[in-house]
Write a protein that binds this ligand. Structure first.
Ligand SMILES: Cc1ncc(COP(=O)(O)O)c(C=O)c1O
Length: 421
């Protein structure tokens, strides 16, 4: 990272005085993640990468070129996927509060649609009376297997705002599968970071058993009906710590295959919706040290990103972590250890605008940069407008050939004015 940053600093006009923070994306890492994913699952699998994790259109275009699809959770995300060229049969539309118009739009387009409730299924039925559609339609089930360690990203507790709770609704779900012959897919997403893999597997197991039970029951009753698609969601956790290894996609796929042969024997067409695993470790941020406030017992670094970019970290500090490296103004790694510990604070006007605290760092000085690791997912996509800070420049790079490109320019004052007007 420091080497890449040093090199970037030497490229004329790439990083200018006003670029107090810059976001970097490593294309080779992204490539490896996607190639790995594609190689591990059956070729018929639709890998719909979660746009909410990283909606940068350059990145979406790259992902599309690699042959995978996109999972969208709002109409604007659907628009992003459409405009970047994903074909409708590679887009999965999940959203817990789709309007009638949004549903009609998605059905006309022919994207996959996962309904979140019985009421939404009834709406879809109503709309299908007048709209012709190629869409594969599914329903999201809450398997009610419990919560992971991060409440705000766990969605499969007994009560959750997402999906239809399974335990009390098995017969009603069967009724709906029978009532609507277009309902052919089933969807489960247990949660994001903080959900241990065993919990994710528990969720998939419960919903898969249910889908198989239904298919068996249709067969027994000689009803021509089959659930043909199984969407396992995303949620594979990543590591935000240099010294902790997270589970790899290869290991996860093996666990899926060992536990759920039926997902791999052609009985169902598989859909996945990974976001964080694809993006989190591809991105990092360089932010200039503007001041260091030195007190007798602590040093406070004032830098240029905080809760605007690292919203989850700053508002829920106990749940999230980012590794920090310090480099000088040429990008060279700084060594040694200061006698005081450090707080890294952002530029926003509230006390919680702190990225990391109680850090052991080398002696940090004005003009150095802090490099904030693993910032590729749920960071820029959650950008906060507090204090109207400008969204930093985004640079994509390829480590193998040393190519850098600006994939999003730094927001201008005029952009900001437009936003607030
Ligand atoms: C329905 C759904 N699918 C996929 C994802 C992506 O999860 P992750 O980024 O943890 O893989 C999410 C995340 O919130 C989601 O809600």
């Amino acid at each position: 990272m420091s080497k890449v940053f040093s090199l970037a600093l030497t490229i004329k006009d790439l990083i200018t005085e006003e670029d107090t923070s810059v976001i970097f994306y490593d294309y080779s890492f992204l490539n490896d993640r996607i190639e790995d994913l594609v190689s591990l699952f059956p070729p018929t699998t639709l890998h719909a990468v979660a746009v909410k994790a990283n909606p940068l259109t350059h990145i979406l275009t790259k992902i599309k070129t690699m042959g995978v699809g996109s999972e969208v959770a709002s109409l604007p995300e659907l628009y992003l996927a459409e405009r970047t060229g994903f074909s409708p049969d590679k887009i999965v539309f999940d959203s817990p509060s789709k309007t009638r118009n949004e549903i009609a739009y998605a059905l006309k387009l022919g994207v996959y649609v996962n309904a979140d409730s019985f009421d939404e299924l009834d709406r879809i039925a109503e709309i299908l009376q007048t709209v012709k559609s190629q869409s594969i339609i599914g329903v999201r089930i809450n398997p009610q297997v419990g919560s992971g360690t991060i409440k705000s990203t766990s969605v499969s507790d007994i009560i959750s705002k997402f999906g239809i709770p399974l335990d009390a609704n098995k017969s009603k779900l069967e009724e709906y599968f029978l009532k609507y012959d277009w309902l052919k897919s089933i969807h489960v997403h247990v949660g994001s970071q903080g959900c241990p893999v065993n919990l994710i597997l528990d969720g998939i197991r419960k919903v898969l058993n249910f889908a198989k039970e239904l298919n068996e029951s249709f067969k027994k009753k000689s009803i021509e009906k089959l659930i043909q698609y199984f969407d396992i969601g995303g949620g594979l956790p990543v590591s935000y710590y240099a010294d902790i290894k997270s589970i790899t996609m290869r290991q996860y796929q093996k666990m899926l295959q060992d536990n759920f042969r039926d997902l791999f024997n052609g009985q169902f067409k598989l859909i996945t919706e990974f976001g964080r695993y694809i993006h989190a470790n591809t991105g990092w941020v360089a932010s200039k040290v503007e001041y260091v406030k030195r007190e007798s017992n602590v040093n406070i670094i004032m830098t240029h990103v905080g809760a605007d970019l690292f919203l989850r970290k700053c508002y829920n500090p106990e749940d999230w972590h980012h590794q920090i490296t310090v480099v000088d103004n040429d990008g060279n790694l700084k060594h040694g250890t200061d006698k005081n510990r450090y707080i890294i604070a952002g530029p926003l006007c509230f006390a919680g605008d702190v990225i990391e605290k109680d850090l052991e760092l080398p002696i940090v000085a004005e003009g150095d940069y802090v490099l904030i690791h693993d910032a590729g997912a749920y960071t820029l996509s959650m950008w906060s407008r507090h204090n109207s800070r400008q969204v930093p420049k985004v640079i994509g790079y390829n480590q193998s050939n040393g190519n850098f490109e600006v994939i999003k320019r730094r927001e201008t004052k005029e952009d900001l004015f437009d936003f607030w007007t």
